[in-house]
Design a protein around this ligand. Structure first.
Ligand SMILES: Cc1cc2nc3c(=O)[nH]c(=O)nc-3n(C[C@H](O)[C@H](O)[C@H](O)COP(=O)(O)OP(=O)(O)OC[C@H]3O[C@@H](n4cnc5c(N)ncnc54)[C@H](O)[C@@H]3O)c2cc1C
Length: 529
């Protein structure tokens, strides 16, 4: 057994962990180790924007889980397991959310911290390198490349128009003044390559040796002595000692590691024979995620990207990308999106809808060779809450995951209403002529009750788990407003799991912003000691 020692050990080199490591490298002299269970990001499919569909279709670079039964059946669940974590395998949509999401974060911490939209807007701007917008909402000096689509295919042009015919305004920038509207998708792509959190911030610090990266190493538990974190234990029993430990292992693994370390709900830890160090009742609780409700229709001719995403078309798109760096493989293939409230078009959006110009399964992978469109409907502020719990006391076991999709009647009602609404959009004059046939839910499913039952059968994760190490000022919260784990010194959680409530949109950009904001507090605290 060997023992290395660092000032700061970060567990997980994902969207959050890469930001933490880079910010610490830039603002301290501390020795930093970044421990990642997955491999390096050398796979070329990670970097080709359209490559994510292949990665997911073949389950490469992922933790492969399934949920406990949701309405009778288990659902696939995935997160990134590679340098960059989710930011290396995700669909690259760049969405910050709504002002009111962060107002709720501020409410969660009261006057013990600063997590409002006004506190986070400067952080989003500092991280961003936008290819189009440079105004009070957008920055151009950061490392995170954000681009507008380089072109909008014909099928998505029809979607843009049909939503406007339906009454939803065109909004060129859903990350600006208002989210409301139908818009081009902003994506974390620059120069026709994915911009992961590694590309955005970390690579220079790896090259200079400021950050020591240990890939292929899985942390089992945090070592705690006298209620202070002193290091971590790896799967092969090796110990790495640390002055401070930061968990950035994501919303499934950060609570799992805490529980294996003896920090969690007493009853659950005792049930698995784990000695309790801190009774923290909400570790692993408060899981929420965005659930996709996929409405699919075949379209006429070869509209959209089905041909490019299938068989010989993939080869052609790949060759074109290699030679000219353009064409369907140079973007994420998702060019338009809408954010709206079906009951009141002027109100803050309650629904997000990606207009994916293929027949997609599992969120993003193309299926079949007939052209089509998938409207991925998402209830933005779900009320349903689930959990991540230990299956047993073996650290190699996958935890039990219950996202509790559509567990609350209100979420189901919102989803049903959004299906009715998208049918109206498909009936507008710009889309109706090209829609051949609705295949899901299908024209035989009409009443609210029938649609509700279909939603329960069809619903799948959008891969946005948050909340399992909830931040708050109350005694039950897992971390405080400075992201310190309650009851243990020298231990923080800095990743999507600390969100008290999910943001109204995709979670990569908010995770990177909260990571920078939270690491700023860590740096302040280090300077004080
Ligand atoms: C398929 C998919 C598509 C998505 N699409 C989008 C999108 O288009 N836009 C968007 O904004 N968001 C998207 N997301 C969500 C976004 O990527 C996540 O919200 C974000 O990555 C969360 O960051 P994180 O730091 O909390 O966790 P992660 O990025 O998951 O990082 C956690 C890291 O910790 C490592 N780790 C875990 N356990 C251990 C351990 N025990 N020891 C060592 N290392 C460990 C993991 O391997 C991983 O690299 C998507 C996610 C997925 C999976």
């Amino acid at each position: 057994m060997s023992q290395e020692a660092y000032d700061i050990v970060i567990v997980g080199a994902g969207a959050g962990g890469c930001v933490v490591a880079s910010y610490l490298a830039e603002h301290t002299d501390a020795s930093i180790a970044l421990i990642e269970a997955g491999d390096t990001d050398s796979d070329p499919f990670i970097h080709i924007p359209a490559g994510f569909a292949k990665i997911l279709a073949h389950d490469r670079h992922v933790w492969k889980y399934e949920t406990v039964p949701q309405h009778g059946t288990k659902r696939a669940y995935r997160s990134g397991k590679v340098l960059g974590g989710g930011s290396s395998i995700n669909a690259m949509a760049y969405v910050r959310g709504q002002r009111r999401d962060f107002a709720a974060w501020q409410d969660a911490v009261g006057d013990t911290g600063k997590w409002s939209y006004d506190d986070l807007l400067p952080v989003f701007k500092a991280q961003e390198h936008n290819d189009t917008f440079h105004d009070e909402y957008h920055g151009i000096g950061g490392g995170l490349a954000v681009q507008q689509p380089k072109g909008i295919n014909e099928l998505n042009q029809y979607c843009l128009k049909a939503f406007q015919e339906y009454g939803i305004p065109y909004n060129p920038d859903y990350n600006g003044e208002s989210q409301i509207g139908v818009s081009p998708v902003q994506s974390t792509v620059g120069h026709q390559r994915r911009c992961s959190a590694v590309d955005a911030y970390l690579r220079p610090h790896l090259a200079s040796g400021r950050v020591t990266l240990l890939t292929g190493n899985t942390v089992v538990r945090v070592l705690v002595e006298n209620k202070r974190a002193v290091g971590v234990e790896l799967m092969d029993n090796e110990m790495i000692m640390a002055g401070e430990v930061v968990l950035s292992a994501g919303s499934v693994h950060s609570p799992k590691i805490l529980m294996h370390s003896g920090i969690g709900p007493t009853g659950q830890l005792r049930q698995h024979g784990i000695a309790v160090i801190v009774d923290s009742p909400e570790v692993g609780e408060n899981l929420h995620d965005h659930a996709i409700v996929p409405v699919r229709a075949h379209v006429k001719g070869d509209l959209g990207y089905q041909a490019a995403a299938h068989g010989l078309g993939t080869v052609k798109a790949g060759l074109r990308y290699l030679v000219t760096k353009d064409g369907p493989a140079s973007g994420n293939g998702i060019e338009t999106v809408s954010h709206w409230n079906p009951s009141d078009f002027a109100a803050e959006p309650t629904i997000q809808c990606y207009h994916v110009p293929i027949i997609a399964t599992g969120g993003v992978s193309p299926t079949g060779d007939r052209s089509g469109i998938t409207f991925e409907l998402v209830v933005l502020q779900p009320k349903s809450r689930g959990w991540v719990r230990l299956a047993d006391n073996d650290p190699t076991s996958m935890p039990l995951i219950n996202p509790n999709f559509m567990g609350e009647e209100e979420d189901l009602r919102a989803a049903v209403e959004s299906v009715h609404a998208i049918r109206e959009v498909m009936a507008q004059e710009s889309l109706a002529p090209v829609i051949q046939q609705e295949i899901d839910p299908g024209s035989h499913i009409q009443s609210d009750a029938e649609i509700g039952e279909w939603v329960k059968r069809a619903v799948a994760t959008m891969f946005h788990p948050v909340g399992t190490c909830r931040m708050g000022q109350d005694a039950r919260a897992v971390v405080d407003a400075r992201l310190r784990v309650r009851g243990v010194d020298g231990l923080r959680v800095i990743d999507a799991s600390i969100m008290p409530n999910i943001t109204s949109g995709n979670t990569n950009a908010p995770t990177q912003a909260l990571a920078r904001h939270g690491t700023g507090m860590l740096v302040e605290d280090l300077k004080r000691t």
